[in-house]
Design a protein around this ligand. Structure first.
Ligand SMILES: Cc1cc2nc3c(=O)[nH]c(=O)nc-3n(C[C@H](O)[C@H](O)[C@H](O)COP(=O)(O)OP(=O)(O)OC[C@H]3O[C@@H](n4cnc5c(N)ncnc54)[C@H](O)[C@@H]3O)c2cc1C
Length: 410
């Protein structure tokens, strides 16, 4: 695979965007002889040579995870007013993957295949009918385009468009209003370095809701990497971003008030916005384009987690494609029951934005942690689902369920 050696402008499969979803799907393809004969092009404007994000997720040892886990933890501290516990999450471990390690690993995997080419270029537009991807480095046609570069913004409400990604093509009409709930998960993280050994590398903080909620759902998580280093992330689920300085101030205050740090250096920073929406992304496939990743609605609407879901969906989608000889987008969908449950929790957070702490506290206080995590992975039995939905206060959920059902009937 070479960056510049693009011999032809026509491919069987073109990836528009080669971040998590693009790379995970491409690597998955090459496990199947069916795809080893296909001409595949990955286009991304970024060479992926810097650590632009950190992925965290829980997984058992048996799950499909690339061999690039940077750290993992068995115990997860959960803190909230009136409830503090170290959650035993077995059989899961909480794991951390550095973006750069994943990109390098995927690059190495793809480099073994001469049928795969990679292009660094800015994509300007994609034509759904012809499958032509217009870039600053020329036009490239694909029988199938797997797009993770652009959210199909014409599906999004106007107010949220500029917070996501640039338009796929000239915006068409506005989407029908009121058909979905939109929140943002926005966060800022500092990789903190201290002169004194203050962190316990065995104990990560999964969620700390003790901080002021200010009418929103706000928590901090702490990932200790050594006694002197930890990634501390201030996270909010809400409809709108804060001024940039407010994230720094919240981090400073947390380090001072809850971790007791007086002296530290900020070695790295991370800022992110993850969409939390139950929008059905009904047109996952538009002509030759299939949307994957965030653009395909892979982000879990009620939690913002997407890493493991992306790996799982890539595997299911690609293996069905190899078997049937054609892509089937049903493998990219969230099952209707879990979509409904996500919608209800999102609606609760939308209607009463400060309830997140109460909801997550009641889940982890009343139920075995692994049961909650299994539910968030959408692997629950019916009995588990009943236990989870009975745990939080019932009134806001009953009202939200009603709102969601009425919306669906309209
Ligand atoms: C900072 C951050 C931290 C996150 N942490 C977690 C976490 O801990 N756990 C978790 O489960 N999820 C996490 N997520 C959510 C989710 O897992 C990531 O956003 C994930 O990278 C989504 O994969 P994707 O392929 O859809 O998007 P990306 O990985 O962002 O890939 C999209 C690609 O498209 C390219 N692109 C965009 N526009 C163009 C263009 N015009 N031309 C060419 N290329 C273009 C980009 O360069 C990029 O490489 C995080 C997200 C962010 C932003």
């Amino acid at each position: 695979m070479k960056d510049t050696d693009i011999k032809t402008q026509s491919y069987d499969i073109v990836f528009a965007g080669a971040g998590l979803a693009g790379l995970a799907t491409a690597v998955e393809m090459l496990r199947h002889p069916f795809f080893q004969q296909k001409r595949i092009l990955l286009i991304d404007r970024d060479r992926k040579q810097h650590n632009d994000r950190t992925w965290c997720f829980w997984a058992t040892d048996d799950e499909l995870i690339p061999p690039v886990v940077h750290r993992s933890w068995d115990g997860c501290r959960f803190l909230a007013p009136g409830f503090e516990a170290t959650l035993d999450i077995a059989p899961y471990r909480y794991r951390m993957v550095r973006g750069l390690d994943f990109y390098r690993w995927a690059e190495g995997e793809l480099a073994r295949w001469p049928n795969v080419q990679r292009l660094v270029a800015n994509i300007r537009d994609i034509c759904p009918e012809s499958g032509v991807v217009h870039t600053d480095a020329g036009d490239f046609a694909g029988e199938v385009i797997l797009n993770s570069a652009f959210t199909p913004v014409r599906l999004l409400p106007k107010g949220t468009r500029n917070l996501w990604q640039p338009p796929l093509s000239a915006p068409a009409e506005d989407p029908p209003p009121g058909r979905a709930t939109f929140l943002l998960q926005h966060f800022k993280g500092w990789l903190v370095q201290t002169p004194e050994p203050v962190f316990d590398p065995k104990a990560m903080t999964f969620m700390d809701f003790r901080i002021e909620q200010q009418g929103e759902t706000r928590f901090v998580y702490v990932l200790p990497l050594s006694p002197h280093r930890a990634l501390v992330e201030f996270t909010i689920f809400s409809p709108a971003l804060l001024p940039a300085a407010a994230y720094d101030e919240a981090l400073r205050q947390y380090l001072h008030q809850y971790l007791g740090l007086r002296q530290y250096e900020v070695a790295e920073e991370e800022f992110g916005i993850i969409p939390m929406t139950d929008y059905a992304f009904p047109k996952r496939a538009e002509g030759r384009i299939i949307h994957i990743g965030t653009a395909g609605g892979f982000v879990k609407a009620s939690s913002g987690y997407a890493f493991k879901r992306t790996l799982r969906r890539a595997r299911a989608f690609v293996s069905a494609w190899a078997q049937k000889g054609a892509p089937d987008t049903r493998h990219l969908h969230t099952r209707p029951l879990f979509h409904l449950l996500d919608s209800v929790l999102l609606r609760v957070l939308h209607d009463q934005n400060d309830l997140g702490g109460v909801v997550f506290t009641s889940l982890f206080r009343k139920l075995p942690p692994a049961l909650v995590l299994r539910f968030l992975d959408e692997d629950s039995s019916w009995l588990d689902i009943v236990r989870v939905v009975s745990a939080p206060p019932s009134w806001p959920f009953s009202r939200a369920l009603l709102e969601v059902l009425v919306r669906k009937m309209k």
